[in-house]
Ligand binder design. Structure first.
Ligand SMILES: Cc1ncc(COP(=O)(O)O)c(C=O)c1O
Length: 277
């Protein structure tokens, strides 16, 4: 059996894991989550994931009754009870069940759910089509909130158009992908939208910036007008489960020459090496 998850103090089969219909995650879509990866039971970049989780919890006034090392141990126990060489780890916190009321409850017992799923590390740089969409999300995109309707809508729009990802723009400025951060590669530098309330502070984004620093490649975290997309040599998307992915075309319009993703490949190789250290 390798469908053992953790829910509120118990290790259970997924089919037996149940929460109350009054859970604020269910009723209000009010919750926080993280998606991590583990290779041979090694949880990758977990300190950065926990830091983002705690930043979100502060915003949501959600008291997390676990230290980082307790969270790490719980995840490791889930990893040990399943037998995946390579897996993704999903963790979600909510304020738990409470009488339905928009005001935050003054007392609550948080719900914590952790599950793992088998996951295949990509062996080479994936190349995808994307669409450009108006960023209809709210102004707390920096919080990794479980309220993801805008993102599921955007991903489905991308899929319907034969693509993989939707890239958002807000008033002529690029923000991020529906499930990824964005990098534009030019001959002399790399641009990525600067961190603010309109983008998630991606763990992989930070990893890519570290790789660029190590390689002495110029980069700028800045405001990027949408039309910069069409002048880029490469457009790259980053996320924990996909690593780095190159975009071949957006709305059917090729990016660069639509074939060469040299920096994409270089970053992919550097990330692969980092994932096993
Ligand atoms: C909206 C959004 N931006 C960026 C990312 C990438 O974040 P990370 O690299 O931490 O996975 C994600 C990942 O799911 C995301 O949902």
């Amino acid at each position: 059996m390798n469908d053992i998850c953790y829910l509120n103090g118990e290790f259970l089969s997924l089919a037996d894991a149940k929460i109350s219909v009054l859970d604020r995650g269910f009723i209000f879509g009010e919750g926080l989550y993280e998606v991590m990866t583990a290779v041979e039971c090694n949880l990758l970049h977990y300190k950065n994931h926990f830091k983002r989780l705690r930043d979100g919890a502060k915003d949501m006034q959600l008291e997390i009754p676990f230290s980082d090392s307790e969270l790490y141990c719980l995840i490791n126990e889930v990893l040990a009870r399943n037998h995946f060489a390579c897996c993704s780890v999903y963790l979600q916190f909510t304020k738990g069940p409470a009488p339905r009321n928009h005001f935050y409850p003054s007392e609550y017992v948080p719900t914590l759910f952790i599950m793992t799923s088998p996951f295949k590390m990509p062996s080479c740089l994936d190349v995808v089509n994307a669409i450009l969409l108006k960023d209809i999300r709210w102004q707390k995109c920096n919080v990794k909130s479980t309220s993801l309707y805008a993102n599921t809508w955007a991903k489905t729009m991308a899929k319907t158009s034969g693509g993989e990802e939707a890239i958002f723009e807000r008033e002529g400025i690029l923000t991020e992908g529906a499930t990824s951060n964005l990098f534009l590669v030019y001959e002399d530098r790399v641009l990525t939208p600067k961190e603010n309330e309109f983008i998630l502070s991606g763990v992989t984004r930070e990893l890519v910036l570290e790789i660029l620093r190590r390689k002495n490649i110029n980069y700028e975290e800045t405001v990027i007008p949408t039309d910069s997309l069409w002048r880029a040599d490469e457009v790259l998307l980053t996320s924990t489960t996909k690593g780095v992915v190159a975009v071949k075309a957006i709305n059917g319009k090729p990016i660069g020459n639509g074939k060469n993703f040299n920096l994409g490949v270089e970053i992919f190789e550097a990330m692969k090496a980092l994932s096993f250290t």
